[in-house]
Design a protein around this ligand. Structure first.
Ligand code: ASP
Length: 460
């Protein structure tokens, strides 16, 4: 069986929900569907989740939110009317929203979570009704009743491991009725041990889908969105990108996601990754296309580089001291300063007499930078200490590199020909990626020439 997940753009209006129904009904193996809240219908539109959040925040400040509530009810009512479903469903949703709003507000986080969850919860009820209206058998399953137990802070909850068993049993029970219903499950939320609704971080319906795929040991997890494929580079950086990724491994996805690749939130797919379940990213608007597969392993002989990712806002702290290599404990003392200042570092390339600590700028604000540099000067007496912001990292990723000679040469040749100064190169022992450090001002040019070197004119 397959677990499917449809994001906000796939359930934004009646036309999109009709496509969801067609997709679910076209393959009998698609037995469980996780849905998001209705997303944007066009560029300037507002997601239902954002409407719910601003409504809840205003309610917490004691404003009258009847207009906001009405606007949210109307979004659902329009979908229901356009799908030709019973108007009583719209009344039920309006009543549900009103009863959430009347809930105790003393625990602000719990109240916000309860309101946010209304988007997915009601979206699932609409999709189940739409499937039934088309003659399919479908049931809505409530995450609290199904045993989706969460823990941790409001808006940032994580799954309790015991949930897998509960979810498996509840879904089996729901599914194996004589009429073989499709189980429609709201994404994004569960319930904590106090019985209160709790939500995952934003975008959390992906997490719900991965959890259910793992709980059901699904043959695959189909994640439907609004792109035909995951591209080999970010189209915002290389507008003429034409190369879609047909398949990649979880390790490749993780490397690409690390450097800002917007494939997926890599943490979101952890449950599916742990259970070794293949993920297929597909387009609701072009369901006939194969999309991109993320697999536990793959044959790599035909494609050595799978993608190129880049990310900005890195800081380099360069520390040089003559005879550093003989000074026992230098590296430990240096890292201890970062640890004591609660700063995590990303990379640490070294030379004989120097170490560069690479950090994310967002985690190294100027006031912390000032303190750390003072301490390094005082406690380690370096000959040179330089801190530079505005660096970028580029990752050239592909499992096939392990077996291919010349990948680094091809990349450095392309960068040299484009006059891009490489400040840093790093290839770790897994040989699945090569990392280049360049100035932020050279990032886009560097990614463009690398893309053309590896993916264009028969380069692969
Ligand atoms: N609706 C939620 C959000 O907008 C969760 C999701 O769509 O995955 O973040």
């Amino acid at each position: 069986m397959k677990v499917c997940k449809f994001g906000g753009s796939s359930v934004a209006d009646a036309a999109q929900i009709s496509k969801v129904c067609d997709i679910m009904m076209s393959d009998r193996d698609r037995r469980v569907v996780v849905v998001s809240a209705p997303g944007k219908r066009s560029k300037g539109d507002t997601k239902v989740t954002d409407m719910l959040i601003s409504c809840a925040e205003r309610a917490l400040e004691d404003f009258d939110v009847s207009r906001e509530l009405e606007a949210i009810s109307q979004r659902f009512a329009a979908i229901i009317a356009d799908l030709g479903l019973e108007a009583s469903l719209a009344d039920d949703i309006a009543a549900d929203l009103a009863s959430r709003l009347a809930y105790d507000k003393s625990d602000k986080g719990a109240f916000l979570d309860l309101m946010k969850a209304a988007g997915e919860d009601n979206s699932a009820k609409v999709v189940a009704a739409a499937l039934r209206a088309r003659g399919a058998s479908a049931i809505y399953l409530n995450p609290a009743k199904a045993g989706m137990l969460l823990e941790g802070p409001s808006g940032d909850a994580v799954l309790c491991d015991v949930s897998y068993g509960f979810l498996h049993d509840s879904i089996e029970r729901a599914m194996w009725r004589p009429d073989n219903p499709i189980v429609v499950f709201p994404g994004f939320f569960g319930v904590n041990r106090d019985g209160k609704v709790a939500t995952f971080p934003r975008g959390g319906s992906d997490i719900t889908g991965a959890i259910l795929a793992a709980a059901m040991k699904a043959e695959c997890y189909e994640n439907f969105t609004d792109v035909d494929t995951v591209y080999a580079v970010d189209p915002r950086v290389v507008p003429d990108v034409a190369h879609g990724i047909r398949e990649m491994t979880y390790r490749e996805m993780r490397e690409l996601a690390y450097a800002g690749f917007g494939v997926f939130h890599d943490e979101a797919v952890m449950p599916a990754f742990r259970a070794g379940i293949p993920i297929n990213i597909r387009n609701t608007n072009h369901p006939d296309l194969p999309g991109t597969w993320i697999l536990p392993s793959r044959r790599v002989d035909e494609c050595r580089v799978v993608g190129i990712a880049s990310d900005s806002d890195f800081v380099h702290v360069y520390v040089e001291k003559y005879m550093m290599n003989r000074e026992v404990g230098f590296g430990r003392k240096l890292l201890q300063i970062f640890e004591e200042e609660q700063v995590s570092f990303e990379h640490m390339p070294t030379g004989i007499d120097n170490i560069t600590i690479i950090l994310r700028g967002s985690k190294f604000p100027p006031e912390v930078q000032g303190r750390v540099l003072q301490r390094i000067k005082k406690e380690l007496a370096p000959d040179q200490l330089v801190c530079e912001r505005d660096h970028a990292l580029i990752m050239v990723v592909g499992e096939g590199m392990q077996h291919t000679v010349g990948t680094a040469a091809r990349a450095t040749k392309a960068l040299a020909e484009a006059g891009v100064n490489i400040e840093l190169i790093n290839q770790d022992a897994s040989e699945i990626s090569i990392m280049f450090g360049v100035r932020e001002s050279e990032r886009a040019r560097a990614v463009n020439v690398l893309y053309h070197a590896f993916f264009c004119n028969g380069a692969i």
